[in-house]
Each structure stands twice: as structure tokens, then as C-alpha cells.
Design a protein around this ligand. Sequence first.
Ligand SMILES: *Cc1c(COP(=O)(O)O)cnc(C)c1O
Length: 453
Amino acid sequence: MEKLKYERPIIKSLNTGLMNKFGTKTEYNALTHIDGVAVRDIIKDYGSPTFVYSEKKIRDNYQDAKRAFETRYPKVQFAWSYKTCYLNAVCNIYHQEGSWAEVVSRFEYDKAINNGVPGNKIIFNGPEKTEDDLTTAVKNDSLIHIDHFDELYLLTRIAENLKKKPRVAIRVNMDTGIYPIWDRFGFNYESGQAWEAITKIIISDKLNLVGLHCHIGTYMLSTNAYAIAASKLSDLALGIKQKFNKRIEYLDLGGGFPSKNTLKGSYQVAADYIPEISEFADAICNTLLNMGFPYDELPFLYLETGRALIDDAGFLLGSVIANKRLSDGRKATIMDFGVNLMFTSFWYDHKITPAQPFGYHTEDTVLYGPLCMNIDVVRENINLPPLNKSDQVVVHYVGAYCITQSMQFIALRPNVVLIDTRGQTHVIKSSDDLAILEQNEKKPAHLQSIENE
Ligand SMILES: *Cc1c(COP(=O)(O)O)cnc(C)c1O
């Protein structure tokens, strides 16, 4: 018989099976399959860790959200927020479903063009658009959302030079009862700054003001904040009609609906308290319908929803590297994924479940990542069954931002796999390797070798 490994004894209170206020904990039910594909097989074929996306879940989420809005309002258009996840395969699922593209940088803009999105179905947001970026967007007839006066003046000059009248919107920031206000983007509503921008655009007659845009925050838990935003944008649109006899074609309410991830410090799990998309749809659509637009002049409603459409369609599969006892007796488990792949673990308590069946004993555990960096903590405290070296886990709700914000610090970025609607797996991004890491490095002649000249 193999000799058992020695572990220093500790004293700890046993609370196995204790109920909390909501009953027994279920957070750690094993998840052995995703869309019918065994986690074990994915790790065998594609390595550990691996990101996995469910095409079915992406399409279901999109269709549910679209239905929620379209059953309440006649003119709705979604635009996929590229920065939330700009893997081309993922973007193309949304585009196949009818979504436009919403981008906030030039390379995202170029990605959308390369994916085949027509220029006039790209919304170009963000504070950083160069003269060349704007010129390209004008030539392609894209919707340019102006962030500040300097951009307005630059775009006006470009339009004059090109003898074109670009289609634009202004981004508006406002008090929606959520603090701190996101007032660093766009023109302020309450101070009159938004009106100043609107008036300048219309009077100079060089740009075609077709829309009004806001993105009031992210992971917003208040549906009422969206009702306020919709009423303030409507108020501007109705005012523009009255004052300049100009009709605003669309109101873009941005993104920001919450995903199922639980914020740190929250007592309940998010799935139990976040509003449904349909509740946001109610708040927004009822407001728009009640603002007094003549029925045949209702503006289009554009939405740039990101995380709420994709977070729960993404999983991270990983394995245990080792177990440890910390000096205070706490159990610690080291995983092969960390904050390099889950930047989001700085503000979420990600749901993590074992990928194989287990017994009933559980223990509070600190989950660390593999990096040589003290802040590489995946969960400060999670109740898990004992996991052995090489045991596998599934991290839930990592579809949004984890890949776009991932870093190649110390560890290489892993494969990303898509499970299609027939249960077939496809690599949609291969793992980094040393060659990719070094492809843009250059060594000056005198540093070609480690021999001194
Ligand atoms: C990030 C962003 C979005 C998407 O936000 P989510 O919180 O992921 O829904 C939409 N619009 C703009 C302008 C953004 O910057």
C-alpha cells in the first residue's frame, strides 16, 4: 500500500451540513458536462486551463433579450459590445442573430469590418478616435457617437474636407440616481452641456444628428435608473423636434445590465436578486411609450448589452496544482488559473464547482492562482469539498471581459473552445506559445548573444 502523505494536524470547528439562512448550500454541486460534453474530455483534448463558450447559450440569451424588448416596443436594434468579448467566432454568432457592432477603438472597428459588418451598422463609441479613425468611419457611413467638444470640432472639420455629412449621436451623461455618476464620458444633461453640443451640431449644419446615446454604468441593479435615462434622452429628442423641427431617429440606451456573477461582499448569490432582462425592458419601453412621441415618430431603441448576454455562456475549466495549510490553519488550494485569466475576480466571487462527484464533507478554502504574485487570489473564501491534485473544477460566468482583459503575465493564455449547437467542439483561439509571445521582440545587434563583444 502506498504510504499516505503527512499533513500537519490542525484544530478546526466542524460545521458540515450546517444550514445557512437560505437552506443548505448548493454552490458546489458537481458540474461534469457542458452542453453534453464531458469536462474531463475537454481538458484531455485542449489542456488545463481552457476557456469554453456555449454557442447554444449565447444564442438563447440573445433571443431571450431580443424577445423581451421586441414584445414591448416596436423598433429595437442590438449592437454587440466588442470589448465584452471580441473573439471573431463569438462576434459572428451575434451578427448571425442580427446584431450590429458597437466598438470603442480602431482595432475593434477594423475587426467588425473584417467580420463583414457593413459600415453603416457599426456604432463607434469611446473617447479616443483619431483623425484617421474618424475619417474612415465617415467614409463608411458608420454611426459616430461624439464624446467631447474637441472630437466634435475635429469631426466637423473632417466632414467639411470630405464634403460629407456624417451621421452622429452625442453621448449624454446624467444623474440617474446611481452614484458616483459616470460623467467622464459624453456631455452632461443637467448642466446644459448636452444642449450646447446639440445646438452647435444643428446650427453648424455639418453633421447629421440622428441619435442620442448614453451608457449609464455597468452591472446596474436598478431598473429605475434606465427609466430615468430613457426619459432624459426622450426629453432631449422631443426638445430637438420642437426647437429645430428635427427628428431624432434613435435613442441608444447603452449596456450595463448585470450578469449572474455575485459581487464581492454580497450575502446572497446574484442569481437570486438581479432583475431579469424583461424588467429592464419594462422600465425602458414603458418610459419611451409614455413620453409623448407621436406613434409614427417613435425613435428606434438601440441597445449595446454586453455582459448580460454572454457571461453565463463562458466557462473556465481548470485543475488543482496543490493543497497547502496556511500558517493560521486555513486550507489553501492552488489552481492552474488565476487573476491573469480572471481579472474579474477582483470584484466578483466567481461561482466555482468541482467537475467530478464528491462526498459531503466540505471545508472553507482559499483558492489561489498559479502566479508568483501575492494578489493572485481567485476566491478569498469558498466552501469546497477536499480537492486532490489534478482534480478539475469549472468556473462559471466568465464569458464577459475575462478574455479581453486577460494578461500574459508569467503564464501563457490558454485555448478557447466553442461547443456548437450540435455538441461539437472547435478551438476558436489557440493558446499562446513562446513564439507568439516573442514575435514582436527585437534584439539590437549588440544584444544578439550573451557573449560580451
Ligand atoms: C462597455 C460598454 C458597453 C457594454 O457594457 P456591459 O456592461 O458589458 O453591458 C456598452 N456600451 C458602451 C459605450 C460601453 O463602453
